[in-house]
Write a protein that binds this ligand. Structure first.
Ligand SMILES: Cc1ncc(COP(=O)(O)O)c(C=O)c1O
Length: 488
């Protein structure tokens, strides 16, 4: 196929140039009816292609024209048999693949530290999660992926499981051993779904870990907007093989997707795919080199430690070198202190900070100036805190993986009451509590809240990290199940 083409983007431009007068939504009509300040900022050309699914522009819910052509090119570029565009991020793509694979009371093997969209899908489907626990990194205070051995064991113990879902790579860039996990699942003829939110670039450079499709997975949800260069909220659902059908995936995706699909997002997927296919290898080579320069510099900066390929567990596949996790505990500060210091003193925004680390991304976008700015800022961060050390020996706190007492769906719909956070110890939760980013629930509906997790939540709140989920955003109270009901 001709990867130099961008049929969806080209179709939109051709339509805008024809100049037909729109008696249809969006009501701003190519920006004419829009607030002038906003129009000036985003530009008339952008607004001229903020269009809707009129007949010449195809329909995401049943594509037959330019969207179908763009999806076929994406499938080829990402090494899939089928690609489906999502204008609701990877969250919706994940929910669609889970709903396509499991139904009410069917078992799905998932890591406990999954993004909330996986757990939302499990609630919606009424499926039963069989949780496997990730490898914990006590040095950096983060969770890695799951091992193939853990997946194998879960499948041995639950031979009636209908699917396996894994996250690869993790937010911190650790890729799991997908080929071995796929082999374990396919031996039992069940599909492997991959949350590949942080791996949109993997298919485009041989030095990166293999992508989900290259590893033989059945479906993958991929945030092109995160690391592939498209607009925020645009993602791909990729598919191959016979264990899931493309028809079923299209139906479940359509079930969850808005009917007012943004053509700006769709066109940005089309053009991001073109750029990745044509230039991805060179741009990713440069991104890896730049990240390596900063990683080497971090090794020489007092108080800082970078997550290295050698730090990932031996049964993981490897580390995405474009992700730079810097552990700052040696400076006696938290990751969020580092985030604030870098914002206020160096004009730098991090991707994520947690209790102990700050995460920096190198993508197709960076130049040598970005390398200099970050290296210089990290040196100054270290220098500014050289007298510190008070918190340097603080013990690493990790969230405890709670036990599931009730199916997440039953807990979500059960009779509930609100109690103070401290009084919720040993109670079954009726809502999610998560730190965002990374958006991984510390506790979810159906799980028992432990004292350790209450302390972990409080530590995050005290550090000013964004703890989300509960209806009471102050987290003074949480919603728990009124009575205990046995797991069905
Ligand atoms: C591991 C993981 N999965 C899924 C998602 C959801 O992706 P999106 O924001 O594109 O909906 C995220 C978002 O941060 C994530 O970190």
């Amino acid at each position: 196929m001709d990867q130099t083409r961008a049929p969806l983007f080209e179709g939109l431009i051709a339509h805008a140039r024809r100049g037909a007068y729109p008696f249809h939504i969006p009501g701003h009509k190519a920006g004419r009816g829009m607030d002038p300040a906003f129009r000036e900022w985003v530009g008339e050309k952008t607004l001229a292609i903020d269009l809707i699914n009129i007949a010449p522009l195809d329909d995401l819910h049943a594509p037959r024209g330019i969207i179908r052509d763009a999806e076929r090119l994406a499938a080829e570029a990402f090494g899939a048999e089928n690609a489906f565009f999502s204008v609701q991020g990877t969250s919706t793509a994940i929910m669609a693949m889970v709903l396509a694979a499991v139904g009410p009371r069917e078992k799905i093997v998932v890591p406990r530290n999954v993004h909330k969209s996986v757990l939302s899908a499990i609630v919606l489907a009424g499926a039963v999660p069989i949780f496997i626990y990730p490898e914990m990194d006590e040095r950096f205070g983060i969770a890695h992926g799951v091992s193939a051995a853990a997946v194998n064991k879960a499948l041995d113990e639950h031979p009636d499981a209908k699917a396996v879902l894994v996250v690869s790579p993790t937010y911190y860039g650790v890729a799991v051993d997908l080929p071995a996990i796929v082999e374990a699942a396919h031996r039992r003829d069940i599909p492997v779904l991959v949350d590949e939110a942080h791996g949109a670039h993997f298919a485009f450079h041989p030095k990166l870990p293999p992508s989900a499709m290259q590893s033989g997975a059945d479906a993958a949800a991929t945030s092109v907007h995160k690391l592939g260069g498209s607009l925020t909220q645009s993602s791909l659902l990729l598919h191959q093989g016979r264990r899931l059908t493309p028809e079923r995936l299209r139906v479940t995706l359509s079930l969850l997707m808005t009917t007012s699909t943004s053509y700006l997002l769709l066109a940005s997927l089309d053009t991001a795919r073109r750029q990745l296919a044509l230039l991805g290898r060179d741009k990713l080579e440069a991104a890896m080199e730049r990240a390596e320069i900063v990683r080497r510099a971090v090794r020489t900066i007092p108080g800082l430690v970078a997550l290295e390929a050698d730090d990932v567990p031996p049964d993981a596949f490897g580390l995405d070198p474009t992700k730079l996790t810097v552990h700052v505990l040696g400076l006696g500060i938290s990751g969020s202190d580092a985030e604030v210091w870098l914002r206020e003193h160096a004009g730098i925004e991090v991707e994520l900070s947690d209790l102990y680390n700050a995460l920096f991304l190198f993508t197709l976008a960076d130049d040598d100036d970005a390398v200099r700015r970050l290296t210089d800022a990290l040196r100054r961060l270290s220098h500014a805190h050289r007298q510190n050390g008070a918190k340097a020996t603080r013990p690493i706190l990790l969230p405890e993986m709670p036990a599931l007492a009730l199916s997440p769906r039953d807990a979500f719909y059960a009779e509930t009451e609100r109690v103070p956070l401290d009084a919720a110890e040993d109670r079954i939760m009726a809502e999610f509590i998560m730190v965002y980013p990374p958006g991984i629930p510390v506790v979810m509906p159906g799980e028992i809240l432990t004292r350790e997790n209450i302390e972990y939540i409080k530590a995050n709140v005290e550090e000013g990290l964004p703890v989300q989920g509960p209806e009471d955003a102050t987290l003074k109270t949480v919603k728990v199940i009124k009575e205990r009901t046995p797991l069905r």
